[in-house]
Design a protein around this ligand. Structure first.
Ligand SMILES: [Zn+2]
Length: 158
């Protein structure tokens, strides 16, 4: 959680002060505290995500979100969406610990719906979604970094 929040902060500093500033301005990001708050929450959640494959806080949180969401989908007759969500929810249990969720490609692929869903349904929110996607990848990256999976010598044990 700390790693995700830290890297959410680093990511925010990057988009706020580097030349990609124009993107942030397009999204109205720098004037909006809710969007800034969302960057930190998204980075933190995706920083937790890789450990959904084991008995952990990340797993508790993941299922605390997925379970009621699936009930809502069923109750509103979105059977197909519910089936897909159910299938996705099985994935962490299928893999072994530090399996696919700890692969470098997962850090890019897992947050992809944040980009794809607006791309398909509402292109107007694409600039802010791009920033949220970046926040998600930053949080995910922090987890792999502190697990020692980016640089072998760099690892926080615990
Ligand atoms: Zn881990």
């Amino acid at each position: 959680m700390a790693g995700g929040t830290l890297f959410g902060g680093i990511f925010y500093a990057l988009i706020a002060y580097l030349p990609i500033q124009r993107l942030a301005e397009t999204a109205g990001l720098l004037q909006n505290w809710q969007a800034i708050f969302a960057i930190f929450v998204i980075a933190m959640l995706f920083g937790l995500f890789p450990d959904v494959d084991t008995n952990s806080k990340a797993q508790d949180l993941f299922f605390a979100i997925v379970f009621p969401l699936n009930i809502v989908l069923l109750a509103t007759d979105k059977i197909q969406a519910s089936a897909y969500l159910g299938l996705i929810a099985m994935l962490p249990v299928v893999g072994k610990h530090r399996g696919w969720t700890h692969k470098k490609w997962a850090m890019v692929i897992v947050p992809l719906p944040i980009l794809l869903i607006p791309y398909i349904y509402n292109e107007a929110i694409l600039p802010i979604s791009t920033i949220y996607y970046g926040a998600a990848v930053s949080g995910y990256f922090s987890h792999l970094l502190f697990d020692g999976l980016i640089f072998k010598r760099f690892r926080i044990k615990g």
